[in-house]
Design a protein around this ligand. Sequence first.
Ligand SMILES: *Cc1c(COP(=O)(O)O)cnc(C)c1O
Length: 399
Amino acid sequence: MTDLPPRFRQALEQDRQERARQGLTRQRRAREFAPPPFAILDGRSVINFCSNDYLGLSGHPALIKATREGLDEYGLGSGASQLVCGYSAVHKELEERLAEHTGRSRAVLFSNGYMANLAIIDSLLGKGDCVFGDRLNHASLIDAARLSRAVYKRYPHGDVNALTRLLQHNDTGKALVSTDAVFSMDGDIAPLKEMVHLCTEHGALLSVDDAHGFGVLGRKGAGTLEQLGLGPEQVPLLMATFGKALGGFGAFVAGDELIIDNLVQRARTLIYTTAPPPALAKAALRALTLLTEEAWRREKLSELTEHFIQGAREHGLPLAGSTTPIQPVILGTAAKAVMVSRQLLERGFWVTAIRPPTVPQGTSRLRITLSAAHEIAHIDALLDALVEVLGQEERACGQ
Ligand SMILES: *Cc1c(COP(=O)(O)O)cnc(C)c1O
């Protein structure tokens, strides 16, 4: 057995100790499957309140059937990059349906949302260009700017005035304004209508990451832009994923023909990677039809969200004002978030603590996510447990 070179060992051990000291050590919990909203942890059934499976589709029989059929029809792996021979008829069909569903002229598939975000920024921008991003944007958007060597300028969360000033002072290169539509750790919605006007005025391209709105918002589940009535003229570039509300895996970018073609020609995360398994494309196609066939899931989710907000208010719980199924309860220190999360798990509720660097220092939180698979009784039980646990915490801190 060879040992690690001493410099690596020393650096990694120091890193690990420092992380532990700050209460920031992360742990993956290996769960076993139970139909949503449940999960099996250490042999025990718990109610899952931290998945992004907003519609409860991940265990849907129709999606499992579609995937099985896809495996029978296409085999497992795609065998190569989309540009070599990995692109199948079912990938093409899915892209066409996504374009139609989102009202955009074309769409292109990616293995996941992280890679789709890298593709957008890296293939549209380079040295001398500038990306303007909300301070709470998803990490993949920040990494994308780094990769492209464009300058990344952050503005305070949701602050349109600050963005205006940045755009006014920008005099070099192409400008891309990049934002989460629904912020992943806060659940609030970006001021997209104002941003559309600003971008038009300043000749900037607006690119929207709707990972958390797609499937959840809008009358037909086409997402935040559908809900706000923003078409392709207003938002030329849209990214969304299949890993959240659609219960599957994968992602796409939809928009202007010229932009999509540019991605196919240039995106390194499309060209130099194996195309997604065709069976997953088949599952995503089926999930798209479920968005219409089972529109009740969106309605139920919205009622459950309303019920949670109402209940939390009545119990005096500190909510952040989100109206989406992402409901953060901000607790402050990492230690407190971890403690509360642990106590909830003891009571049968799985809500992971979210700590820096995923969220800013001092805003460690429970990120509660609701799903159409939940029932009112699950939510009431969670609220009761939260009140009890937070009450105990306060008494323990002598507040
Ligand atoms: C989850 C997420 C992504 C990444 O999508 P994956 O398909 O999981 O890689 C990108 N952006 C946002 C806002 C997300 O929440």
